[in-house]
Design a protein around this ligand. Structure first.
Ligand code: CP
Ligand code: NVA
Length: 299
């Protein structure tokens, strides 16, 4: 049995297999008659909907649980909630603040644990991102010739994306403001994939020649009180037409969403011809389905 807490829980071969399953025309009944618990400590539009529909497509029953219902570590420990959910479900997905809660779940779970976003990582998003890039540029095996630029906060989305892109051999260029860089351990983890990683505080340098320009919100869920301070720190990091003009001629723009138009991305770029944010959102469902098929095959 396997869990999916971060993209590099997989080998590169396993990652490619998972992406292939996400694109497969035939959908197996991997969860026929089975349940999947989906636990959310934070809000969600895409993750909840894509996961619920993926479970339905595989013949299963998704059961979404809000944290106030189970009281993670308040009404009951993470471990006891996990053991309980294992009695009824074939898999458990969780969106949490502390990544350590997911790790604690894996310690006691008899079913796969899937990270639906933690403060550290968002692997399901990265899988959908890689599918979107492959859809655009031909094939998963061809992505090694491409460069992806991430402009913005060195956050959960940046880390998982860089790890996944690195595993597929992409050159990864990350621009963050001073003080908002990826952590040293994140950088080490990305480099361990074999990725050609370049980090900078200059967004124009990062997007130079890139096939993909990616950004995310400046203040993630749980950082709302820092929003004003971050707006000031991220001045000059808005992905706008001038920044896109520095990327490759065939570059696409990506964003995990939700987006704040006028902050991390201009409306003109988000709504413009280079934007792939809606196919990217749709790919969340295909990626979730592929991940679940693969995880069910490992039991
Ligand atoms: N991209 C993403 O995870 O969106 P939600 O927060 O709406 O699930
Ligand atoms: N970095 C963002 C991603 C939302 C999908 C957050 O954690 O809120």
């Amino acid at each position: 049995m396997r869990h999916l807490l971060e993209v590099d829980d997989l080998s590169t071969t396993e990652l490619v297999d998972m992406l292939d399953l996400s694109r497969a025309a035939t959908v197996p009944r991997s969860l026929d008659g089975l349940g999947m618990a989906l636990l959310f400590e934070k809000p969600s539009a895409r993750t909840r909907n894509s996961m619920e529909m993926a479970v339905v497509q595989l013949g299963g029953h998704p059961l979404t649980i809000r944290p106030d219902e189970v009281g993670l570590d308040t009404r009951e420990s993470v471990e006891d909630v996990t053991r309980t959910l294992c009695c009824y479900h074939a898999a458990i997905g969780a969106r949490v603040f502390e990544h350590s809660k997911l790790e604690r779940m894996t310690q006691v779970s008899s079913v796969p644990i899937v990270n639906m976003l933690s403060d550290e990582a968002h692997p399901l998003q990265a899988l959908a991102d890689l599918l979107t890039i492959a859809d655009e540029f031909g094939d998963i095996s061809a992505l090694g010739q491409r460069t992806i630029a991430y402009v913005g906060d060195g956050n959960n989305v940046a880390r998982s994306l860089a790890i996944g892109a690195g595993m597929l051999g992409m050159t990864v260029q990350v621009a963050t403001p001073v003080g908002y860089e990826l952590s040293e351990s994140d950088v080490a983890r990305i480099i361990a994939t074999g990725a050609a990683l370049q980090t900078t505080n200059d967004p124009l340098a990062a997007v130079a020649g890139a096939s993909v320009v990616y950004t995310d919100v400046w203040a993630s869920m749980g950082q709302e009180s820092e929003a004003d301070q971050r707006r000031a720190a991220f001045a000059g990091f808005t992905v706008n037409n001038a920044m896109m003009a520095n990327a490759a001629a065939d570059a696409i723009f990506m964003h995990c969403l939700p987006a704040h138009r006028g902050e991390e991305v201009s409306s003109e770029v988000l709504e413009g011809p280079q934007s792939r944010v809606w196919p990217q959102a749709e790919n969340r469902m295909h990626a979730a389905r592929g991940a679940l098929v693969w995880l069910m095959e490992q039991r």
